[in-house]
Design a protein around this ligand. Structure first.
Ligand code: BES
Ligand code: ZN
Ligand code: ZN
Length: 492
């Protein structure tokens, strides 16, 4: 999809559809919308009067062959109340408009920013919205929706340059789509080995250092927790390590470790899951794919800090050699773990991933994982669950999430919850013996391994997958957290 900037406003564009947005207010016909109203001989005012054009959030008003403009169609998208309007709204509007028009086989779109909105930030979020909306989960359809892709989007009314902002938006959205593409892959086509190859190819293209630890190296490093999950499968595990290093680093500068859970299929192991909905567990590598997408963007956006991604990857299968409930494993950190439930495997592989990131010198850790069904109970598919051991660091992330239009909600990690997993015959047990708080006790398990290193855990089990499409996004992988993490790291 080609995206360009143009300083002209509307009358000159010979586009298939000219898009703008309207606020829900007493008189929605203001500013540039008033100009359009005038050009079209008062048509918009008439639509307001008849109640067809109200500005209600994501209301679509499509006008064919409007007079006074050269565009073949005029699409007005409701933007809701003006005082609740943010760049996140603008991203959604751009995305929803694109999908609406795409469904009507429109190929050329001009998006007119409202008066005061022709800023760098707007150029970035409209670009992001358009690219994210154009993505389809149809790789394995022989008849592609992609054939209907919108081909060109022109950002109209941008008097200021905005070129860099547009390119930043493109890099971020393409990287989020890279993550979505990986997460959508079925597990027979994306084993740990294939994921490692895909990461390696991406790293080569982007210019990142990449090291893949195979099963021998993993054993040599004594990653006993990861190996315990992998032993039930005929597919060998991998640990993907990607490094971005800036040209110059200050002494004492932080080194960010991004650890992502990449279970390419989670059957639950011998604590096997029920058949209903098990197919969705191909998405259990979304945390890892998130970190790969983030690294892809960082290679180009070049933040001033060093970032290392550590992505442990395995299947969780109930094969003949599978670990059994009650088994005791020795993690890389040396802590012993009693595996009371083989379906709580994410925290096991992350324990070794976190330890490895610390050994590589990371001073700050962020992990992302489709870790618990309990976070879905707590926050549904609306908010990412955020857990953090360092409030200042966590506050930074929450602020960036808000700015990027990704909903995240902080959860508690009080010491009291530690009791729930101290246990039995080993140092720690992998499930809680208490009742409730399943997402929190999972986080407490990870905290044991992050130790004193400032650490944030993102539980994306509820948000990494869209069961239904949104007006601005196809169903399937969402790519949640990619934007926030890129923004956080590039603004540290
Ligand atoms: N990958 C799952 C998390 C999950 C479960 C995501 C359901 C979406 C829906 C994770 O490995 C898991 O199975 N967690 C268990 C932990 C339990 C055994 C303590 C869970 O949440 O049920
Ligand atoms: Zn599991
Ligand atoms: Zn899992």
């Amino acid at each position: 999809m080609e995206i360009t900037l143009d300083s002209r406003r509307y009358a000159e564009f010979e586009t298939e559809a000219l898009v703008s947005y309207v606020f829900e207010e007493t008189d929605p016909v203001q500013g540039r919308i008033a100009e359009l109203n005038q050009a079209t001989g008062g048509l918009l005012q008439k639509l307001v009067k008849s109640g067809e054009l109200t500005g209600k959030m994501l209301e679509m008003t499509l006008i064919h062959a409007p007079t006074g403009v050269r565009a073949q169609r005029l699409l007005l998208v409701g933007a809701g109340k003006r005082d609740t309007f943010t760049s996140a709204t603008l991203r959604k509007i751009a995305g929803a408009a694109l999908r609406y028009l795409k469904a009507r086989s429109v190929k050329k779109v001009a998006f007119l920013a409202r008066e005061g909105d022709a800023t760098d930030e707007s150029a970035q979020v409209i670009t992001e919205g358009a690219i994210l909306a154009n993505f389809e989960s149809d790789k394995y359809k022989t008849e592609k929706k992609n054939g209907k892709d919108v081909e060109t989007v022109l950002l109209a009314g941008f008097e200021v340059a905005g070129r860099t902002a547009l390119e930043r938006g493109r890099m971020i959205a393409d990287s989020q789509n890279f993550t979505r593409e990986l997460v959508n892959e079925p597990s027979n086509r994306l084993t740990p080995r294939v994921l490692a190859e895909r990461a390696q190819a991406m790293a080569r293209e982007a210019g990142l250092a990449c090291e893949i630890l195979d099963e021998r190296k993993i054993a040599e490093l004594k990653m006993g927790a990861l190996l315990s999950v992998a032993q039930g499968s005929v597919e060998p595990p991998r640990v993907i390590v990607l490094t971005y290093a800036p040209a110059e680093t200050r002494t004492g500068a932080p080194i960010i470790g991004l650890v992502g859970k990449a279970v390419t299929f989670d059957t639950g192991g011998l604590s096997i899951k029920s058949a209903e909905g098990m197919e969705k567990m191909k998405y259990d590598m979304a945390g890892g794919a998130t970190m790969l997408g983030v690294m892809r963007a960082l290679a180009t956006l070049k933040p001033a800090v060093k970032v290392i991604a550590v992505v442990p990857s395995t299947e969780n299968m109930p094969g003949g050699r599978a670990q059994k409930p009650g088994d005791v494993q020795v993690s890389m950190a040396g802590k012993t773990i009693e595996v009371l439930n083989t379906d709580a495997e994410g925290r096991l592989i992350l324990a070794d991933g976190i330890e490895y990131a610390k050994r590589l010198g990371c001073t700050h850790l962020i992990d992302a994982a489709t870790l618990t069904g309990a976070i879905v109970v707590a926050l549904a598919n609306v908010n990412v669950g955020v857990f953090g051991s360092d409030q200042a660091f966590t506050d930074k992330l929450l602020a960036r999430a808000k700015a990027c239009g990704e909903k995240m909600w902080q959860m508690p990690i009080d010491e009291e919850y530690r009791e729930f997993i101290k246990g039995g015959i080993a140092d720690i047990q992998n499930i809680s013996s208490g009742k409730g708080g399943g997402a929190i006790t999972a986080a407490m398990f990870l905290k044991e391994f992050s130790g004193d290193t400032p650490w944030i855990h993102l539980d994306i089990a509820g948000t990494a997958w869209l069961d239904e499409q949104k007006p601005w996004a196809a169903k399937g992988a969402s790519g949640v957290a990619v934007r926030t993490l890129i923004d956080l790291v590039t603004k540290l």
